[in-house]
Design a protein around this ligand. Structure first.
Ligand code: C2O
Ligand code: CU
Length: 469
């Protein structure tokens, strides 16, 4: 007789001599999320597989999908040879579930477990990734999509997409034998420049991915940049993409010939596949210096074409939860300094003022407000409910993708000019000499990280925190 896993667990529990705690009995039916070494075919056919670290054995990790307002529940099991923790990027989460090792929880040791159980309040495209030595762990593959569906139906309504697909983009540095280039993990030269860039870009773990589509369909693509360093300018020639969400947030639909995703950023776009499509539609990425390479393509899946949908794209349901009151905000500044060609002379580390040579010796080459990643004091404290207006100033020679945990912010201005869209995001790219102003309500109590999502930059100085409540 087949015996269900649940039945086995119950049988096992009753055989214990120690009475089981009700909490454990309840947690036993939690789905497992296991991080472990595995292998993936990242290199082209003909090359071997790449030893990676993954969630659930696949690259990317299995997509987690809930409806807005539902709980995400996972018993995380660490079968890696390192401490780790799982961060749910972009979710306005309860602090204890944020998964930042050493800040919101103790790291999960090899062989250890941690139960994540939280509400995902906002619909949108999110992702989960390792948040311990993330410059190594994410580069080894520890990332997966987290999709929060709209509470009210959108798909299928007039002007909405008929189907959707998640495209998780990642950047790998592979050797000729297809193994990860481990020797460059932690390379300070990479970290002091753009970060550890790879040489292989995958979509959903595949190089040169072929994504089957139905001719005539209106498709929603959920694009996620899971790279540790690479900024990805993307183009879908011939598809006239319409942006409908950024970092999960609904925006008024707008055409976007080019979509630029900093590491950790997401964009939802709608594309209309022509019923007359007769060749694969390439997905192009600027590999640097305007060198556009094909990283994958939409291909005809062979189904009967749908009648074309050429009416305007329907906006997603609006998700703004509160209008920002900017009359008397708490003003904050985040000044980025350091890196190659940055001219950083001194910064504080371990509570002590240090010169650049000492900073390099300590592997800290960047600073926020003159502090090179010290975690003793927060960048700022805010009373619960206070509106924060923050100026992000990039005094370095490099782009940075600045991310705040636990909150979503509005982009008020760029380079001194008001941003016409005032997009809401959780990660914003700040270019050299182009200050960005953001604002948000500090409405989520706890200690939250604020860092650059170029993960090598984060590890070498671009990391701080703020405290709410
Ligand atoms: Cu994507 Cu600190 O996180
Ligand atoms: Cu950075």
């Amino acid at each position: 007789m087949p015996i269900s896993r649940r039945a086995l667990l119950t049988a096992g529990a009753s055989a214990l001599t120690v009475p089981a705690l009700p909490r454990l009995a309840w947690a036993d039916d939690m789905p497992i999320l296991r991080a472990a070494p595995s292998n993936a075919q990242l290199a082209p056919e003909g090359y071997g597989t790449t030893p990676v670290w993954s969630y659930g054995g696949t690259i990317p990790g299995r997509e987690i999908r809930v409806r807005a307002g539902e709980r995400v529940r996972r018993r995380f099991v660490n079968d890696l040879p390192q401490d780790t923790a799982v961060h749910w990027h972009g979710i306005r989460i309860e602090n204890a579930m944020d998964g930042t090792a050493g800040v919101t929880q103790d790291p999960v040791p090899p062989g250890g477990t941690f139960d994540y159980d939280f509400v995902a309040p906002d619909p949108g495209t999110y992702w989960y990734h390792a948040h311990a030595r993330s410059w190594e762990q994410v580069a080894r593959g520890l990332a997966g999509p987290l999709i929060v569906e709209e509470g009210e139906a959108w798909a299928g309504l007039e002007g909405a997409a008929t189907r959707e697909a998640t495209l998780m983009l990642a950047d790998w540095r592979l050797q000729e034998d297809a193994a990860l280039h481990e020797a460059s993990f932690g390379d300070l030269h990479d970290w002091s420049h753009a970060g550890r860039l790879g040489n292989t870009v995958t979509i959903n773990g595949a190089i040169d991915a072929r994504l089957p589509v139905q001719r005539g369909e209106r498709l929603r693509l959920r694009l996620i940049n899971a790279a540790t360093a690479r900024v990805m300018p993307l183009r879908l020639p011939g598809l006239a993409p319409v942006l409908i969400a950024l970092d999960g947030h609904t925006i008024a639909p707008r055409a976007a010939e080019e979509i630029v995703l900093a590491p950790a950023q997401r964009a939802d776009v709608v594309v209309d596949v022509s019923p007359e499509m007769d060749a694969p539609l390439p997905i192009l990425m600027d590999a640097g210096r305007d060198e556009w390479i094909e990283i994958g393509a939409l291909v005809d899946g062979g189904e009967t074409p749908l009648p074309p949908q050429d009416g305007p794209v329907r906006a997603l349901p609006m998700t703004m939860d509160h209008a920002l009151d900017l009359t008397a905000p708490q003003e904050e500044l985040l000044r980025m300094e350091g890196g190659a060609m940055g001219g950083l002379r001194r910064a504080r580390l371990g509570g002590v003022d240090r010169d650049f040579r000492e900073l390099v010796a300590a592997r800290r080459v960047w600073a926020f407000n003159g502090v090179a990643g010290d975690m003793d004091d927060p960048a700022f404290r805010a009373p619960l409910g206070r509106t924060i207006r923050m100026r992000l100033v990039n005094d370095t020679a490099w782009a940075h993708g600045i991310h705040l945990h636990g909150h979503h912010f509005e982009v008020l201005s760029r380079g001194g000019r008001p941003d016409p869209h005032r997009d809401r995001r959780d990660t914003v790219m700040v270019m050299p000499d182009e200050p960005v102003e953001i604002a948000f309500v500090a409405d989520n109590p706890g200690r939250w990280l604020l860092h650059c999502h170029m993960l090598g930059h984060q590890a070498s100085g671009m990391l701080t925190w703020f405290e709410v409540g």
